[in-house]
Design a protein around this ligand. Sequence first.
Ligand SMILES: [Mg+2]
Length: 455
Amino acid sequence: MNNLQLVKNNYKIEKVKKSTGVGLILMKHCSDRSTVLCNNKIIMDSIETNVVNREIELHQQLKHLDCIGFDMDMTITKFDIDQVHRGVIVDTVTGYMLKLDSQKHVLKAFLGDLQISKEKINDIYHADVIPENRPLAQFSGSNNGRFFVLNSFFELPLTPLWIGHINHLVAESGVPDGTGYDHGELMRFLKEAVVSFNHSFGDFYNSRYFREIREDPGKFVHRATDACIAWLKDLKSRGCRVCLITNSKSEYTHLLMTYAYGPDFQSIFDIIIADAKKPEFFRKPAKFYDLGGNYFPKELTEEMLVDAVEFNTPTVYHNGSVQTLIEAVRRHSNKENISFCYVGDHLIGDVSAPKQHCKWMTIAIVEEIEDEEEIVVLQKKTAGFESKGIGKNYEWGSFFCFNDHNAGISSETFWSYVIRHNADIALSSVETLAKYFNDDKFDKQSLKPCSIVYN
Ligand SMILES: [Mg+2]
């Protein structure tokens, strides 16, 4: 099945697989609500025109960028998408795992293996007559005091641990409906998990995580293709500043980049920025440390702090902020108006932050676009759907839309909403972007290279 269609009240999602990968174009301002009959190759003129125009506009923007920044870790890390459902939110007060819709209403909630009833969900999350007082009112997609998002390769392994521990506590309480478990014990577990996370993903020299990656990077990391490396070099030769801006520490950056892009990875980029602390990187002023080319510093000292950054030096920078980077691009290009783009997979740190704080063009890397399960969910219109699970009773549904077949309702998910409002383009990988960049020919019949159109 190549062409898929889901029509939901006043929006629809079209998905088209293509041989060169799958892309996603987000139509934000299209007013046409009429049905697109993609399977019959009948496409309403206005939508077609909008898609084509947007396509052309995006390619023009991409090809005339002054600066493009890339995230590193998940764009090159192997991620087994069948194991867990990305974007699930842990409520540390109730212990529930939540899936939200675009309005931050709870679509589904689980306590361990127990599914929470709609009545209870409404009671806890939606009942307060003052919307600002509802528990999720201040939630914006980032972790806060109460809610913890399972979003990245680092956080997702907590999912089965969280479920298993809650099941254990519920069984131990002897109250099968989950109302009698020891919440204090759950919080102690969470604190232990945080300590373990800090050690595992923070201690480059002593943790098992880093030791195993050092011993065999190929077990965890994709090698960049020659085509992708050639594309980055081409961008650079066009005069576009190609930046690596990652939250990873310099040691880990060196390890992954050496494996994925080769020992000469530094020459592919104009500048390497490690430990960038996104989303704050796009939001708050902070000084850069110049590590002087040493990816393995023993300590950071005040002497390393700099007021400006330079391109194409053998150094690696640490921390810093976008404003200093923008000043460097301006200084070197002698232009005041600079066009920027950021490419990354973290929907808050890499997509929402550069869009909201800097008004940059953004490209979201969303692996779920190529997930066969997503296609299955989009195909099914009436029958109950079977979804991938994170346990025998976990059916979170599609990453992009949620179909409640009993109620006959489809909803856009919270993360789909974040993508639609903050990403100019969404693709399944940087490799696809490298192909997409030179794919100027828009095919009106297949809608290639776009695959999902939000109207
Ligand atoms: Mg990432």
